[in-house]
Write a protein that binds this ligand. Structure first.
Ligand SMILES: Nc1ncnc2c1ncn2[C@@H]1O[C@H](COP(=O)(O)OP(=O)(O)O)[C@@H](O)[C@H]1O
Ligand SMILES: [Mg+2]
Length: 570
């Protein structure tokens, strides 16, 4: 509101100028026609006018500055709120949402779409007020001077407005295309950087360079197309302004000659009005196209803010602790996108503080089972119970907090080791971090780094070996003090000695919690209270190690193979 008032003040101040100019020209004209005799009166009048024009310009400039400050600040605050809202929505949405949407699109919502909405609340609002005040006041002033001339002067303006609207729309369309090709290009390069090791080792630089070339020339064409219409913008405006000026001079001149208007100064005054009006009138066209874009962006943002995560937290206020008894009853789950039934009629159960081993070929559904247990996906039918309570009735956040899940693919952030371990448990002490790292058998290696726990990983820092990453990721799960610990094939990149070391230290750590270990190595799971063997999403064998090696089947074969390997090494 404050902004609106200052825009109006700034405009009114600026409107003194044309009147003053008319005044000055008239005085000179009168002096020349000997209507005024004394030259010093003319000079004084002129100096006074110049001074007033300067004053009006400075004041108006000052108020315009204030307006921009307020309105643009407000729009930045709105942008800030909107970005935060979108970000927190991103964190809520399920994995399925992320599979459906491309990263590029998600990034666009938070940057492109938000900035379009900001353009609307900021510049568009400011220019609209500006234009409306100017139009009303200027046309009123002009009309008072000469109604007929006013009519001719403003005739070309609607044409200007419509042309600019059409042109802006075209520019926006083309710049959207440019944006799209730019984001394609950057996704491509990003992927290339991530996979640089593979690209180099497979010597496919030529091929990737060609693909890059294609994308990049596509982008170039789009940019050129955009530049073509952009280049039209100003010439067109100048042409139309010129037309209005010509009309004022021609018609105004004729009217002065035949005496319809009395002062020559009016013509000068009108020329200034025309030039004052052109930009606001052109901006009507421009604003309409911004508003259209903002509407489309706001719609996209709303669609997405209204999206509900398929995984609903039915019981967000529940704070009870879980003990760790896990039961799967006839659980089925099918991945919707691929139609793969990754989990078929799974039945098993473990008591709290028990240890469950899971093995089976790749793609047999082991990781899927664990994702279902953490409710990263909701099961299609059957039920999963924890402590005899269906997991949907447990507070989703407290469920996930009490499960320490070490996924198959480790992911570390480019941050210090200590922050990577603490991850999510901000108030963990250094001692706790060290303890978790000792249990995960990684403490000694970290201590040997120059900067120890403050070593930065990833992009700018050092890269760890697969096994080291896995152990940091285990430490990250341990520090949560989970009630259920899940190790999903996360000892695979380690040698058997390190594996044994971890398993031994974990044994005392997991005395009071439930543990699920997924592994291809018999040595990792043989001490479990119960072992299940999966194939194509179904359980094909289950029992203790001793029971399973006395049966013919997958487990015994696996065992024999690994025994032979071990003997041949020794
Ligand atoms: N996110 C996913 N979307 C679609 N299908 C998937 C997804 N994850 C796994 N699958 C499919 O489900 C099956 C089981 O996969 P997974 O549980 O990862 O097996 P495992 O962990 O035993 O190797 C596989 O056939 C795999 O192709
Ligand atoms: Mg897996």
């Amino acid at each position: 509101m404050f902004g609106v008032i200052i825009v109006i003040i700034a405009r009114i101040l600026l409107l003194f100028t044309p009147g003053l100019v008319r005044n000055s020209i008239n005085i000179i004209d009168q002096y020349r026609r000997n209507l005024i005799i004394d030259q010093s009166i003319v000079e004084n009048e002129l100096i006074q006018n110049i001074f007033l024009i300067l004053l009006a310009a400075v004041l108006s400039g000052f108020f315009t500055f204030l307006t921009r400050q307020t309105i643009i600040n407000v729009s930045r605050y709105i942008e800030f709120d909107l970005k935060n809202e979108i970000y927190s929505q991103y964190q809520n949405l399920s994995l399925n949402f992320y599979k459906r949407n491309k990263t590029g699109d998600l990034m666009n919502r938070i940057s492109e779409d938000v900035s379009r909405v900001r353009m609307y609340v900021g510049p568009a609002v400011m220019y609209s007020i500006n234009t409306i005040t100017l139009l009303i006041i200027v046309i009123f002033y002009m009309y008072r001077q000469s109604p007929e001339l006013t009519f001719y002067t403003i005739c070309p303006l609607p044409i200007l407005s419509i042309t600019i609207y059409k042109l802006s729309k075209l520019i926006n369309q083309r710049s959207t295309i440019v944006q799209e090709s730019l984001s394609k290009l950057s996704s491509y390069t990003q992927e290339f950087f991530t996979g640089i090791q593979i690209v180099k080792s497979y010597v496919i630089q030529d091929k990737t360079s060609k693909s890059f070339d294609v994308l990049s020339s596509e982008n170039k064409m789009n940019q050129i197309n955009l530049a073509k219409v952009q280049a039209l913008f100003f010439p067109l405006m100048i042409l139309l302004i010129g037309l209005s000026n010509l009309l004022v001079i021609y018609i105004g001149g004729k009217q002065y000659l035949d005496g319809t208007i009395s002062d020559i100064g009016i013509i000068a005054e009108f020329i200034i009005y025309v030039n004052m009006l052109t930009w606001p009138v052109a901006s009507i066209g421009w604003i309409s196209s911004i508003i259209q874009q903002a509407e489309a962006s706001q719609k996209r943002i709303n669609e997405f803010l209204n999206e509900r995560s398929e995984i609903t937290n039915f019981n967000p206020n529940d704070t009870s602790n879980i003990l760790g008894k896990i039961t799967f009853n006839n659980v089925n789950y099918k991945y919707k996108e691929t139609g793969i039934a990754a989990t078929n009629n799974i039945n098993f159960s473990i008591k709290s503080i028990d240890k469950l081993g899971i093995t089976g070929g790749t793609g047999s559904g082991k990781s899927t089972l664990m994702n279902l247990l953490c409710r990263l996906y909701d099961i299609d039918n059957g039920e999963i119970l924890i402590d005899n309570i269906p997991i949907k009735k447990i507070n989703l956040n407290s469920l996930r907090k009490q499960i320490g899940y070490v996924p198959q693919d480790t992911f570390l952030f480019s941050d210090t080791i200590i922050n990577n371990v603490k991850f999510g448990i901000e108030n963990a002490t250094k001692d706790e971090v060290i303890k978790a790292c000792k249990t995960a058998a990684i403490h000694n290696e970290i201590s040997n780094f120059e900067k120890g726990y403050d070593t930065i990983l990833g992009e700018r820092g050092i890269n760890l070996s697969g096994g080291q990453k896995q152990r940091i990721s285990i430490a990250r799960a341990l520090i949560k003090k989970p009630k259920i610990l899940i190790l999903d094939d996360c000892l695979s990149a380690m040698d058997t000695q390190t594996e044994e070391l971890i398993l031994k230290s974990l044994d005392s750590y997991t005395k009071n919690i439930s543990t699920i270990i997924i592994s291809h190595r018999i040595s990792s799971i043989k001490s479990a209270n119960n072992i299940i063997v999966l194939e194509n999403g179904s359980i094909i064998q289950s029992g203790t190690h001793n029971q399973l090696i006395s049966q013919n089947g997958y487990y015994k074969q696996l065992y024999n193979k690994q025994i032979i390997k071990k003997e041949s090494i020794e």
